[in-house]
Design a protein. Structure first.
Length: 153
């Protein structure tokens, strides 16, 4: 569901600010991610590209790495992602930015470790439109740690 509001969630604003720190010289598409713990602690990350394209790091994985260090993957409650053109010192773009498939899988890992259906906010670069969903809705019929535990792994 698309929500357009004059003021968005503060977690989205942190993701938008994180996007301004991205290293995206090749695609020129900056992405920021903010992750909130069940205790209200927030960490952020941004995408980092590499001349060997496949070695780039998505904002969500960057933020999840920091979340693991700060409070543990099991405490991830909410994830916000935003992205677009940051060339003018402010983030802009009309389209809602969602997590790529690999990032959805990484968020699923945190969700299943914590035993919760993590909320995901996906926002546009302009900051005036976003969707609110969950990891189970973004990644239906998923495979993760729960499957391995079920199989005795």
């Amino acid at each position: 569901m698309l929500i357009v509001a004059a003021m968005s969630d503060p977690l989205i604003e942190k993701a938008r600010a994180a996007a301004l720190t991205a290293y995206a010289p090749y695609s020129k598409f900056s992405v920021g991610c903010a992750i909130e713990s069940i205790d209200g602690e927030v960490v952020t990350g941004a995408n980092m590209e590499n001349a060997c394209y496949r070695l780039g790091i998505c904002a969500e994985v960057s933020a999840l790495t920091l979340a693991q260090q700060a409070f543990g993957l099991g405490k991830v409650a909410r994830v916000a992602v935003s992205g677009g053109d940051a060339s003018g010192g402010m983030l802009k773009g009309r389209m809602i930015v969602t997590c790529c498939g690999a990032c959805r899988q990484s968020i699923l890992e945190a969700a299943q470790v914590g035993g919760r259906n993590v909320e995901i906010l996906c926002a546009n670069g302009d900051g005036d439109g976003f969707t609110a969903t969950t990891i189970n809705d973004l990644l239906p019929l998923s495979f993760g740690p729960d499957n391995l535990r079920d199989a005795g792994g």
